[in-house]
Design a protein around this ligand. Structure first.
Ligand code: PEP
Ligand code: MN
Length: 337
């Protein structure tokens, strides 16, 4: 971290600042020029609060050299992290495909979709039981019953299940869920992230609608700071000025997050675009960019779906996507499942 100090800052205040910084466990080196004084901080600066430094009357500006995220930073952990979900590896050359409906609606629906996506090659079943809907009048999910139905679908197909948590007080209901999803709208629900940091469940952390990559990594950091290192990042599109797609898939985030962090990454082309015909090309592009998993919405009857029907693939469309996804995974020298 580099601090640029105000011109003619009183010596006494400079010394007080240096002492305050040294107390925070970093090494402080001063460079004193004719017009400017600069302080260089070396060591672990992740706990230093930039705002409180800027609030010091002698400080003109501050520049971070080291990223504020530590546990998920590739610099301190060069090898890829491989997260195991019910015995299936995400990362390290394995690519998982999570597929299923936006919402779990009833037993026949989830079993039918689970069997169809498994047949097409999906390796995990997704389905929302707690749904974050824009309108309070829209279908909110079956809650505990939805999780029970996912468990039935798991028993019928053997597919591990992934579903979204929206509130800490529901955590007990997730005891048999294999991968807990934190949705885009909760990416910065810090109390929820802290609680999940104390859980031993793998967490799928989706990027917020308007959050930067650094904010996503800081949210991963919240979970990891509590001791839970099993975090998978998810790029699911961000809000931009474009209106042709539901969101804009930030495809550059895939290789860039991999450079910045050792955590595995998933891409969700369904929520990123809202358009079924874009799911295949963006799935293939995501594999080329190094994604470790895909999350794709599939419904047995999209026109009757209680949520996100318009972006859901039919089982037949999903099977067609999977044909090319399998080839692309093999072409990239990776393994499905
Ligand atoms: C979902 O996966 O159904 C969902 C609501 O996703 P997101 O949080 O990315 O909008
Ligand atoms: Mn959805």
């Amino acid at each position: 971290m580099i601090l640029i100090l105000k011109h003619n800052a009183p010596q006494q205040e400079l010394q007080a600042l240096e002492a305050m910084l040294s107390e925070q466990g970093v090494q402080v080196t001063g460079i004193h020029g004719t017009h400017h004084n600069i302080l260089g901080l070396v060591g672990d600066t992740s706990k230093i609060d930039i705002d409180s430094i800027l609030a010091q009357p002698v400080v003109e500006n501050v520049k971070r050299v080291q990223e504020p995220f530590k546990a998920c930073n590739r610099k301190f952990h060069p090898e890829d992290t491989v997260v195991e979900v019910a015995g299936r590896k995400i990362g390290g050359g394995h690519v998982q495909v999570m597929a299923g409906p936006c919402s779990v609606e009833n037993e026949d629906q989830i079993i039918e979709v689970a069997e169809a996506v498994k047949k097409a090659g999906a390796t995990m079943l997704r389905g929302g039981a707690f749904k974050p809907r824009t309108s309070p009048y829209a279908f909110q999910g079956l809650h505990a019953e939805g999780i029970d139905l996912l468990k039935k679908a798991k028993a019928a197909t053997g597919l591990p299940i992934v579903t979204e948590i929206m509130a800490i007080e529901h955590l007990d209901l997730f005891a048999d869920v294999d991968l807990i999803q934190v949705g885009a709208r909760n990416m910065q629900n810090f109390e929820l992230l802290k609680a999940l940091g104390h859980s031993d469940k793998p967490i799928l952390l989706k990027r917020g609608l308007a959050n930067t990559m650094e904010e996503l990594l800081m949210s991963a950091e919240y979970i990891m700071a509590g001791g839970n290192m099993n975090v998978i990042l998810c790029e699911r599109g961000i809000r931009t000025f474009e209106t042709k797609t539901r969101n804009t898939l930030d495809i550059a985030a895939v290789p860039l997050l991999k450079q910045l962090s050792h955590l595995p990454i998933t891409v969700d082309p369904s929520h990123a675009t809202g358009i079924p015909s874009l799911v295949k090309p963006l799935s293939l592009a995501s594999i080329v960019c190094g994604t470790d998993a895909l999350m794709i919405e599939v419904h047995n009857n999209p026109s009757k779906a209680l949520s996100d029907g318009a972006q859901s693939l039919t089982p037949a469309q999903f099977a067609e996507v999977m044909d090319d996804v399998k080839k692309q995974i093999a072409f990239c020298g990776k393994e499905l499942g």
